[in-house]
Write a protein that binds this ligand. Structure first.
Ligand SMILES: *[C@@H]1O[C@H](CO)[C@@H](O)[C@H](O)[C@H]1NC(C)=O
Ligand SMILES: *[C@@H]1O[C@H](CO)[C@@H](O)[C@H](O)[C@H]1NC(C)=O
Ligand SMILES: *[C@@H]1O[C@H](CO)[C@@H](O)[C@H](O)[C@H]1NC(C)=O
Length: 351
């Protein structure tokens, strides 16, 4: 009895620090974000209340980039439009990401490859534009392209820079065992693009990919953290999640890579990152609890020091889920978007 009492005392003493470093908890059940779909992504529009999402749907023999909208803070989502669609046999549209320009027009960047049989014959990152809130879409530009072979372009991510220009982050293979993180800029809303800077992976043979970028400690700060997966499966190196950092809104980036999560003998990858109030939240998939990589559990971790250290690993959904995205709703709650068994879901979490 006595030892039990002292145990309670010990817990009581621990409690204040547990409250201070609180892990996020799930609020309610996961909501359907997209039927027959994967790679869910969403943003909050400048009106402060509309959430606009996009995902890759399978429609018959096609893949289709479908836009969805929520006007109740993510409690439900309705499909509203199609960015692009095409037969899986000849075309591969996937990895969509949406962005709202200061003029209210929307952009969607996505991978838009040609293929014949199992081989890619041309790689593109395409940007389309919508002038009606995401219902109808037209071609705007192809900021990146490469002939077929090994130099694929993947997973675009769009972000406004503090000077009002537009930044396009994406991943580009340079060989079967090497991929780098790239950044191009546009000062005319996506109509024309700069050449690409390498922001991670230069000079090392490793597959850096699946970028996301967040400001810290606030959205007017020039300090940003870019998250990515890195690994080399064909060389027996599992994926793990790392960051690089800029202090000047992307002009240059740290050579130093900071670890977010690296499970022993398993993979962690396909990350994203957002700022939620004064914290950074990272999401990733991992096969440490089972699943056939790249499927597994979806987990989040939290940084309270601007991305230097990461803690509070929290499981959002167990195996087998994949391709998580993140959306901050306010300074204390956020959505984790993911695919499970061919349906895309949004799970709300809160600190
Ligand atoms: C498939 O893609 C083609 C070509 O873009 C389009 O005409 C057709 O409507 C699409 N079908 C479906 C079921 O999405
Ligand atoms: C944002 O963070 C910077 C530090 O990088 C600070 O100087 C600035 O005052 C902050 N702005 C707001 C609006 O909190
Ligand atoms: C960026 O460039 C500035 C000026 O050359 C330099 O002082 C700084 O260390 C660089 N930052 C990084 C992260 O490399």
């Amino acid at each position: 009895m006595r030892s039990f009492k002292s145990l309670i005392k010990t817990y009581a003493l621990l409690l204040p620090s547990l409250v201070l470093a609180q892990a996020p908890t799930k609020l309610g059940d996961a909501i359907v974000f997209g039927q027959g779909g994967t790679y869910p992504r969403a943003i909050k529009l400048a009106d402060g209340k509309t959430l606009l999402g996009v995902y890759t749907a399978t429609t018959g023999a096609n893949t289709t980039l479908t836009t969805v909208r929520s006007t109740n803070n993510g409690a439900s989502w309705q499909p509203i439009g199609i960015v692009d669609t095409g037969s899986k046999a000849t075309k591969d549209v996937d990895n969509p990401y949406v962005y709202e320009r200061p003029d209210g027009k929307l952009l969607c960047a996505f991978r838009n490859h040609d293929r014949s049989g199992n081989a890619y014959s041309f790689y593109r990152i395409t940007v389309c534009i919508s002038e009606d809130g995401g219902v109808n879409w037209n071609f705007l530009q192809t900021p990146a392209s490469d002939p077929g072979g090994l130099t694929g372009n993947w997973e675009p991510f769009l972000q406004r820079a503090l000077d009002g220009s537009l930044q396009l982050y994406y991943s580009r293979e340079t060989s079967g065992t090497d991929q780098d993180s790239l950044l191009r800029r546009s000062t005319d809303g996506g109509a024309t693009w700069s050449s690409a800077d390498v922001i991670s992976g230069a000079g090392i043979e490793t597959r850096d990919g699946m970028l996301g970028v967040a400001h810290t400690p606030n959205d007017s700060s020039p300090a940003k953290v870019a998250i990515f997966e890195t690994g080399n499966p064909s060389k027996g190196v599992p994926f793990s999640v790392w960051t690089v950092r800029t202090e000047n809104d992307g002009a240059n980036w740290s050579e130093q890579r900071t670890r977010v999560y690296q499970p022993e003998g398993h993979n962690a990858g396909a990350p994203q990152i957002i700022r939620v109030g004064d914290k950074l939240v990272a999401s990733f998939g991992t096969d440490e609890d089972g699943g056939a990589w790249p499927s597994g559990a979806i987990k989040v971790m939290v940084s309270r020091d601007g991305g230097k250290t990461w803690a509070d690993k929290t499981t959002v959904v167990g195996p087998s889920a994949a391709w998580a995205g993140l959306l901050a709703l306010d300074d204390s709650s956020f959505l984790v978007l993911y695919e499970k068994s061919g349906t895309s879901y949004a799970q709300k979490l809160s600190f």
